[in-house]
Design a protein around this ligand. Structure first.
Ligand SMILES: *Cc1c(COP(=O)(O)O)cnc(C)c1O
Length: 378
């Protein structure tokens, strides 16, 4: 059996090598490394894929969040609600821009932001909410948009982990996750659902005014050459990355489907044991399984991870410490117990190997080891 990897980028590259190498060579021939024609071409492909009016590429997913927030031109000190059980980017850019991160707890089943918790932390100073489509599944956007409407708040969807997931509104109409709020963002970090050969990101929106300011901010706030109408940043997607991504975007659905099949295999294997909680499938979103994250009893989690490692099975804890308890955000004064679901999840989650190239014999082997361990210790 081949070595099991958390993510297998090399096998993915192997399958697309002729196409990717040709796209790479075309950029090398042109030497147009900055803002070459591939950048605009990829932006149009992304708009098509997401069915969104405008996509603005930038340097990475964290920049995408920062630029989206800057486009909203919020007053200093305004509060922005972010989930505590999350990667750091959202809270980080809020703080960097002189705004105040306010944490909300997440739902125990989907691990995405909990509208009831959001409601509790809304104040007169709240200006925006950043729901995160964690692990490949959309946050409950209908409820979030209702709250936003009621309190006149902006919504930026962090879609770094769920590109291609479909959100279903209560009336049955479907849209791609990330295109529901005022702005959406994503990351093209190599392991993400659409991953480049380095860093990359994008902001998208159906609002032409927001698109125009977003585009300007990503390019130093330039209205026209050497005319700076607003403070901006230098955040470009390299032509080389755009060329790679314009090839790979054609295969996103194929990769997402392959991971969904692997998720079904895992789901079936864990269906009979209450000791391993398989990821919940929300009725309002498809799941593209950026991660396949199970929960086990907190006292078993680290031992299970070690057991798997001893058997050459990688696994990862996303995320081991909720943001409200991190040293960098201690100044906000949150105490242990403030967001109990985030705290419990950080002790009980474990992400198993998940990528489009996993083989059945590898899956069988992984599941056997997970089940044998929990049965012995449960
Ligand atoms: C990866 C990720 C980011 C940051 O993207 P980078 O391209 O690494 O800056 C932001 N939010 C979430 C939820 C992510 O998973």
């Amino acid at each position: 059996m081949e070595d099991i990897k958390m993510v297998d980028l090399k096998a993915q590259y192997g399958k697309l090598k002729p196409e990717l190498d040709a796209a790479f060579s075309a950029v090398m021939e042109s030497m147009e490394f900055i803002n070459g024609p591939q950048v605009a071409s990829f932006a149009r492909s992304l708009e098509q894929y997401l069915q969104v009016r405008r996509a603005i590429p930038c340097a990475n997913g964290t920049d995408a969040l920062q630029i989206a927030l800057m486009a909203l031109q919020l007053p200093a000190g305004a509060e922005v609600i972010v989930p505590s059980f999350n990667y750091v980017s959202g809270a980080e850019v809020v703080a960097l821009l002189g705004l105040k991160p306010v944490f909300a707890d997440v739902l125990p089943d989907t691990y995405t932001i909990d509208p009831a918790s959001v409601k509790k932390v809304i104040t007169a100073a709240t200006a925006a909410i950043i729901p995160v489509h964690l692990f490949g599944q959309s946050a409950p956007m209908h409820e979030i948009m209702e709250l936003a409407h009621e309190h006149q708040l902006w919504v930026i969807e962090d879609n770094a982990q769920a590109l291609g997931a479909v959100y279903v509104f209560p009336d049955g109409h479907e849209v791609k996750a990330g295109t529901i709020g005022h702005l959406g963002t994503t990351s093209f970090f190599p392991s993400k659902p659409l991953g480049g050969m380095g860093d990359g990101g994008a902001v998208f929106t159906n609002d032409d005014k927001l698109a125009a300011i977003t585009q300007k901010i990503a390019n130093h706030g330039q209205a026209e050459k050497y005319k700076f109408s607003t403070i901006g940043v230098n955040s470009r997607l390299d032509t080389l990355q755009a060329a790679m991504l314009d090839v790979k975007i054609k295969y996103v659905d194929e990769y997402n489907t392959a991971r969904q099949e692997i998720a079904r295999f895992y789901d079936n294997a864990f269906a009979e044991t209450p000791l391993v909680q398989a990821p919940h499938r929300a009725t309002y979103s498809s799941h593209v399984y950026h991660q396949y994250t199970v929960t086990v009893a907190p006292e078993l989690r680290d031992a299970l991870k070690e057991h798997l490692r001893d058997n050459h099975i990688p696994s990862m804890v996303y995320y081991p410490e909720p943001l409200h308890l991190q040293e960098a955000y201690a100044y906000l004064g949150n105490k242990e117990g403030a967001y109990p679901v985030s705290e419990l999840l950080s002790k009980s989650v474990l992400s198993l190997p998940m990528h489009s190239e996993l083989k059945e014999e590898q899956l069988v082997y992984i599941c056997q080891h997970v089940l044998a361990f929990v049965k012995k210790h449960g």
